[in-house]
Design a protein around this ligand. Structure first.
Ligand code: ATP
Length: 232
């Protein structure tokens, strides 16, 4: 298993306010697969994603990526690991306002020894004709495409997406999901998507349902459909 999640526990708060938000979460994702993580608000999805991404620390358990245990890494090693092997896409695009589309994506390329070809990527992203625009000259979908470009240009092993379509309308959401699918096919990255949107599970290879900090259900999706055909 490429990504192994072993008995992850996480608590927030102290004393009476101590909140056990992840309870012995164990699962895994094969290399190059798309995993969709679903669950009601507060079930622990983002917390788990942040622990997988090395942004937050677990109170117990292990995250193992391609045989490397995140817990065993010192802070400096971990930050290097994050930089090289993980890409992040959030609901908010967090682009740098005074840099163009191309420059925003280049920021991600500087983090890698072997970045993807920028011009090819701009084409894949459908951003070629927008490459010299500033973020405030772009639609929400184009901004999210740019954010995906910044995350993917270093060709990370794992692309972590937290509600990537949360701020987008129906059609733009579908476009972004199609782009994520295309990136997965073209570059072979393992992708984890956290979402509230139940329909997105249909484009996944693997589906994990969290409920109150526990895995309630998980399965390999035998009837995967292309993002283009998703409906909600
Ligand atoms: N930094 C924090 N400090 C204290 N409690 C937190 C913190 N972050 C999250 N929590 C709590 O942990 C639980 C899980 O939160 P998390 O954001 O992981 O859920 P989620 O499933 O992603 O929810 P949503 O879908 O609403 O984003 C919630 O009860 C939340 O209030």
């Amino acid at each position: 298993m490429f990504l192994e999640i072993e008995k992850i526990n996480k608590y927030y708060g102290e004393g009476e306010n101590r909140n056990h938000v992840l309870k012995d979460v164990t699962t895994g994702v094969e290399k190059g697969k798309i995993c969709v993580l679903l669950g009601p608000s507060g079930s622990g999805k983002s917390t788990l994603l942040n622990i997988i991404g090395g942004i937050d620390e677990a109170d117990g358990g292990n995250i193992i990526i391609d045989g490397a245990k995140l817990e065993d890494m010192k802070e400096k090693q971990l930050s290097l690991y994050r930089r090289k092997h993980l890409g992040y896409v959030f609901q908010m695009y967090n682009l740098i306002p005074n840099l163009t589309v191309k420059e925003n994506i280049e920021v991600g390329a500087y983090l890698s020894d072997s970045p993807l070809d920028l011009n090819e990527l701009l084409n894949t992203l459908g951003l070629w004709e927008h490459k010299d625009k500033l973020p405030n000259q772009l639609s929400g979908g184009q901004q999210q495409r740019t954010a995906i470009g910044r995350a993917i240009v270093k060709n990370p092993d794992i692309l972590i997406c937290d509600e990537p379509t949360g701020a987008l309308d129906y059609n733009t959401s579908k476009e972004i999901l199609q782009l994520i699918e295309k990136v997965n096919k073209q570059y072979g990255n393992t992708i984890i998507i956290v979402t509230h949107n139940d329909a997105i599970k249909n484009m996944a290879d693997k589906v994990v349902h969290l409920h109150d900090g526990r895995i309630r259900k998980e399965y390999d999706n035998e009837n995967k459909i292309p993002a283009e055909q998703l409906e909600w």
